[in-house]
Design a protein around this ligand. Structure first.
Ligand code: ADP
Ligand code: MG
Length: 402
């Protein structure tokens, strides 16, 4: 696209012709190209001419991009036979209603790619860029159309499943329980009482994800959102050395950030995108230890529960989006609360309610077992039966019970 001055840009937005063009009289959007209507029936528009309303509307109905009259070249009669088969790669400012200023605002708010826009909600874009809801909807739809994010076949999904990375826990039995390891593309949650091994698992995964694929890792980097100040580099050193790895290299690939409150925690989760796309860091696991500590402390009492759940939902969505867009694994740890009305079975339940439960792809309950062992119970998985296994925590991290 050639550079336009401001006036030309404005004209373009209002539906003026930006160059001398021959518009077919009864132009019917894309049909023209298909039906090869008589090219003699044309209307001539000089540069700067305003296009008739019905022509603008029919262009808009066919494709929201046309309202800006950008792909004029694509539909000029002499190019009719060269109908592009592949959609043109759009950038943010190519979206309908997005000028340079809006594009900048969107990018600043973390909506820097078409994908980020395509998976956003109108409300999010309204908040981020101050555009109206109708415009936001149109932007999102165009981004979605361009990404061809409609229906996919089961076969495509199967192929996508083949891309899933599985990070080993270090214990064969544990890996088997969860179908091979902690999976990319989703959120895995462990919940359990203090000392049940949630943080040990986090350290363990932060090292294992750096193993090669053959060894059960993903040769990837780690982002660790630490809310309880429990990250310990010395633990990483122990675990890495037990696997014959250079702990200094391992530590270099672990990006730890302390979250000081729930808002900060949410912001960090949104900034991870930059780390991946702008700094080109191959993040393959995002750890949140623990997910609920701040939310639990800040929102006390029933009155504020709805607010808390709403924020928590947003936070988990941000994490899910990361997992999905970058095929990475999200590991969150969760606390438990006593259920005083339980007479049978385990009198504890994960906190966070349905929001955490529904947003976690896989949930694992951890507890202390006999003779210093730990028990992992798979309580929710989209494709695996519930089950249990034992494991040990040792200096090397997590291993099978011998
Ligand atoms: P939480 O579920 O509260 O996060 P942790 O993952 O921190 O619990 O687990 C802590 C437990 O792990 C301790 O109680 C201890 O028994 C065990 N542990 C931690 N480090 C080691 C180690 N180096 N060797 C053996 N056991 C360890
Ligand atoms: Mg812990």
């Amino acid at each position: 696209m050639s550079k336009m001055n401001k006036r030309e840009q404005d004209q373009k937005r209002k539906g003026f012709a930006t160059q001398d063009i021959d518009w077919p009289n009864c132009y019917d959007g894309i049909n023209l190209l298909d039906d090869k209507k008589d090219p003699k029936e044309t209307m001539h528009f000089k540069k700067g001419d305003e296009l008739p309303e019905d022509l603008k509307l029919s262009l808009l109905a066919k494709n929201p991009q046309f309202v800006e009259l950008e792909p004029v070249e694509n539909i000029l009669p002499d190019q009719q036979n060269e109908r592009p088969t592949r959609k043109k790669e759009l950038t943010l400012s190519d979206l309908p209603g997005v000028g340079a200023a809006t594009a900048e605002k969107l990018a600043e708010a973390g909506y820097a790619s078409l994908m980020a826009i395509a998976v956003a909600t109108p409300g999010e874009l309204t908040e981020a860029a101050g555009v109206g809801e109708a415009v936001a909807r149109k932007i999102i739809n165009t981004a979605r159309n361009n990404l061809e994010m409609g229906f996919v076949t089961g076969e495509d999904l199967m192929k996508r499943r083949e891309q899933v990375i599985k990070i080993t826990t270090g214990s064969k039995q544990f890996d088997e329980l969860i179908g091979g390891g902690f999976e990319s593309g989703g959120i895995t949650e462990t919940f359990g009482q203090f000392g049940s091994g949630k943080t040990v698992m986090a350290h363990n995964l932060a090292v294992n994800v750096q193993l090669s694929k053959e060894e059960g890792g993903a040769s990837g980097s780690v982002v660790w959102i630490d809310t309880e100040n429990t990250f310990r580099p010395e633990r990483i050193k122990q675990i890495a050395e037990a696997r014959g790895m250079d702990y200094k290299e391992i530590l270099k690939n672990i990006h730890v950030v302390r979250a000081f409150n729930s808002d900060h925690q949410m912001l960090i989760a949104e900034k991870i995108e930059d780390l991946i796309t702008k700094q080109n860091i191959q993040v393959k696991i995002v750890i949140v230890d623990s997910l609920m500590a701040h939310f639990r402390a800040e929102f006390v009492g029933r009155g504020t529960l709805a607010d808390r759940q709403q924020k928590l939902n947003k936070h988990m969505h941000a994490l899910m989006k990361l997992a999905d867009m970058h095929n990475l694994c999200v590991y969150v740890t969760n606390q438990v609360m006593a259920k005083p009305d339980t007479f049978f079975g385990d009198p504890t339940a994960a906190i966070g309610g349905n929001i955490v439960g529904h947003n976690s792809t896989t949930r694992i309950y951890l507890r202390r077992g006999k003779a210093g062992t730990r028990v992992a119970k798979l309580v929710d998985s989209p494709h695996l039966p519930d089950g249990e296994c034992c494991f040990n925590i040792c200096e090397k991290g997590i291993e099978d019970v011998k």
